[in-house]
Design a protein around this ligand. Sequence first.
Ligand code: PLP
Length: 420
Amino acid sequence: MNKKILLKLEKELIKAAKLQDNYDLSTINLIAPASPTPLKYFFNTVLRHNAIAEGLLGHRPYAGAEGFNIIEDITCKLACSIFNADHANVQPHSVSQANQAVYQGLLENGDRILAMKFSDGGHLTHGLKINFSGRFFNFDFYGVGGDGLLDYKSIEKQAIQFKPRMIICGASSYPRTINFKKLASISKKVGAYLVADLSHPAGFVATGKFPAPFPSCDVVTLTLDKTMLGPHGGIILCKDSLSAQIDKGVHPGVQSSVPLRRIYEMANCLLDVSKPWFKNYISRLSKNMEAFEKVFSKYPGLMISNGTDTHLMVLNTYKVFGLTGKDAEALLEGVGILTNRQVTPGETFKPYIAGGIRLGGSWITARGFNKQETIAIAQIIVNLLSNPQDLIVQQKAKTKMLKMTFKIRKNDVWSEEVIN
Ligand SMILES: Cc1ncc(COP(=O)(O)O)c(C=O)c1O
């Protein structure tokens, strides 16, 4: 590539980054997994070199890993203490990879797994045919009942019939708590491992606002970037008896080198999560979700399962407003509110269209928004969804949203004062 083109690309790159940054500061982000990770985790000045090593803690076929081992060990200890686990592996690059490592460590190709249906909340890595999980393992799926809640009796029946080697719970869009004790008794009955993918409610688990997965579950996977205000990456927690299999599942199972800098960032996030302000943040987040519930409950059938116990909820926009998720998402984005289209239980549309939207409160809470402001956002949302063709409603909403984003620009730099 010649010098002129390189220079042009360099300029375009900076321009695109600024464009995205500006967009992030002038929109209200309700995308459920989004949270503004504190920049302090990324700009640490201690680890200046891009050190590299692979292998498990204490068994690295690389020289010069002394500091590496200590950092990873502290991170594992913090994760175990926060989630009450026997063993942690903090190496996976993401939760998709963590899930892959769990299957690799505990199962053989073709083994049976019982997981939650995609339309009812399950994740791509919980058995979709287009994903490695659905290609290499034999999945059956459970769902929610007419009330949008997990039906443990029917899960038990299905488990007895299907005889899985693993049952997976935890989801991308199920807004309610999970009864791990009931699932553990089902798993025990059929001799299956119980694995919980707690990517989404991790911050609630860490602060005791969601049932504790241990000792009921055998394995838990999670990330810090959805509700823990931390960096992206995967963590696997497990019982002592499975530690060797899980570690092998990660390396050499699915991963080679270890992301040292990210593990260091994770350790700093886990230290912060152990401080009182984080509990305060999660309780503010719950209050903001109650504010959403208050407004949306005026529209019967809008909220799947009638509300939420966590940071996310799913709105059935097609049922209540005749708008597909794709159209609702575009309408809201038009006034500066970001959500994502979402399939809903009993879905008739393809996932790219979907019958609903998913929204969450992590990002606005971390940006300092309170209950009154959340109510105002919710009212704008229902007003827009009820009047999708009304340009005056849209213009008014746009102006209001822009005013609200002033606070985001003011609170641009993350700080504990804003969070509290
Ligand atoms: C339940 C669940 N598991 C796994 C993942 C995948 O996580 P990652 O993007 O870290 O691979 C997600 C992503 O949103 C998720 O919602």
